[in-house]
Design a protein around this ligand. Structure first.
Ligand SMILES: CC(C)(COP(=O)(O)OP(=O)(O)OC[C@H]1O[C@@H](n2cnc3c(N)ncnc32)[C@H](O)[C@@H]1OP(=O)(O)O)[C@@H](O)C(=O)NCCC(=O)NCCS
Length: 163
């Protein structure tokens, strides 16, 4: 259950253990929920006040992480929240040792491209992220995997201070 601690009307993005809330939000959006409870994964919820309005997940794997389950509620779209959730996921992945971010997106590729992601062959993503729950979901469903599109962002220089 979310703690009632947010400032009314203020945006907060925080890591959550409330996977039931994550699952409920993704189910309402008819998005993939398989693997949400995987112990190595990390989910962030965005709140406006105490109202959950967005979600993103990361599945870390050695020096890479898969971003998944990015969703922003219709009523609060186009205010930069999606980009903020990706930035928060990027930071969470980096602090867990990731130097590369990958994700699946057939519908929102242009959104991710604007944030610096480049399209990469699905086989490259599968190879880099083998063992991650969403990868195993698709490996078990080759027909779905064949329709997918994947994206990559090098974050190896995040946190480096140039002098
Ligand atoms: C994609 C999504 C998370 C963006 O959330 P958001 O809070 O509106 O994002 P931002 O405000 O940071 O950016 C909005 C911009 O992204 C663009 N954008 C949003 N969805 C897009 C899509 N599917 N394809 C291309 N561009 C898209 C918007 O047109 C907008 O551009 P504008 O500012 O020029 O009008 C949201 O639209 C969503 O939840 N979509 C459904 C789920 C989904 O597609 N998730 C990604 C699956 S991997």
């Amino acid at each position: 259950m979310a703690l009632k601690k947010h400032r009314p009307g203020a945006l907060a993005i925080e890591q959550t253990r409330d996977l039931a809330a994550v699952r409920a939000m993704l189910e309402r959006a008819a998005m993939l929920t398989d693997g949400v409870e995987a112990p190595s994964s990390c989910y962030l919820l965005a709140y406006i006040g105490d109202e959950p309005v967005g979600v993103v997940g990361i599945e870390p794997r050695l020096d890479a992480a898969l971003i998944r389950s990015l969703y922003v509620a219709d009523a609060v779209r186009s205010r930069g929240l999606g980009a903020k959730l990706v930035a928060a996921a990027r930071k969470a992945a980096h602090t867990r040792g990731a130097r590369h971010l990958y994700l699946f997106s057939t519908e929102a590729g242009e959104f991710f491209h604007r944030l610096g992601f480049e399209r990469v062959p699905v086989v490259e993503t599968v190879k880099a992220m083998r063992g991650a729950p969403q990868i195993e979901y698709y490996r078990a469903r080759p027909e779905e995997l064949a329709r997918e599109v994947t994206w990559h962002l090098d974050i190896s220089r995040d946190g480096v201070i140039e002098r």
